[in-house]
Design a binder for this molecule. Structure first.
Ligand code: DGL
Length: 272
């Protein structure tokens, strides 16, 4: 095993925790280093150049911490800068678009797939293009839901919260009318709103989130490249953020169900 022994995961903020949760389940013996760019969230309303710049700074921070793989647990980065990261990083890389699309294409029965994400993701049509590459006959309906991101960052995530319910209804009514039976949560913040989204869309609509599929894909890549840790004892993840750890800690504790007191550290991302 090389000295690069951790999996580096990043997102603009809290959203990537939905992937971390799955990585901890699928790869409990791997060390995880997570960076949430809480000082610069949201990414999804920014220009391509800015998102690209942030993405490379985030990846560089992780590489300086000796990660053996970089995961952009962010639909926006995966959509806008994914190919470039894959090409330029010196370690294996994955985003969330491809693994998620495979599941959606497998799961739909009526051939109507909904995609929700940030404005940058929806404008890039990354999920739609990928779906049509796998099966051009499927119908894809896209909807940007930018307000979901601040709701999550501020912990307004409960299924019975009136504000959450109203915003969900506002964004998802059309997709519901269009009769999609699979809905891609194309932004990693959105699984934190799973309850409210599921209540509105109904049980018959399958919500597809990227975390599990991405973790399974990463496990496959690490195994193929002989990069899995020899020591498979359960590891505690390390979390880094670019703004005060407080808000992050509270939502992360709620979401991951663990005490984050000593594991969240603030860094200055602009220096990377
Ligand atoms: N969690 C991110 C995504 O998957 C980004 C949200 C944002 O920063 O706008 O797209």
């Amino acid at each position: 095993m090389s000295s690069r022994d951790a999996i580096g995961i990043f997102d603009s903020g809290l959203g990537g925790l939905s992937a971390v949760k799955e990585f901890m389940r699928v790869l409990p013996g791997e060390r995880i280093i997570y960076f949430g760019d809480t000082g610069r969230v949201p990414y999804g309303t920014r220009s391509r150049d800015t998102i690209r710049k942030y993405a490379f700074q985030d990846a560089d921070f992780l590489l300086k911490n000796n990660v053996k793989m970089v995961v952009a647990a962010c639909g926006t980065v995966s959509s806008v800068a994914g190919s470039e990261l894959e090409e330029k990083l010196a370690v294996p890389y994955t985003g969330v678009v491809n693994p998620t699309v495979y599941t959606a294409v497998r799961k739909t029965k009526n051939g109507k797939i909904g995609v929700i994400g940030t404005s940058a993701t929806v404008n890039s049509h990354s999920y739609k293009k990928r779906i049509h590459k796998l099966n051009p006959g499927l119908e894809v309906f896209e909807q940007a839901c930018p307000l979901f991101v601040p709701l999550v960052e501020n912990g307004v995530i409960h299924r019975d919260d009136q504000i959450t319910r109203l915003v969900v209804q506002r964004y998802l009514s059309e997709l519901k009318e269009q009769g999609v039976d699979a809905l891609i949560l194309g932004c990693t913040h959105f699984p934190l709103l799973h309850g409210a989204i599921s209540d509105f869309m109904g049980e018959e609509v399958e919500l597809i989130d990227s975390g599990c599929e991405t973790a399974l894909y990463a496990a496959k890549v690490l195994k193929e490249q002989n990069l899995l840790n020899d020591d498979q004892s359960v590891k505690t993840p390390e979390f880094y953020v670019s703004d005060t750890p407080e808000g992050f800690k509270n939502v992360a504790e709620l979401f991951l169900g663990r005490d984050m007191e000593h594991t969240v550290t603030q860094i200055d991302i602009e220096q990377y």
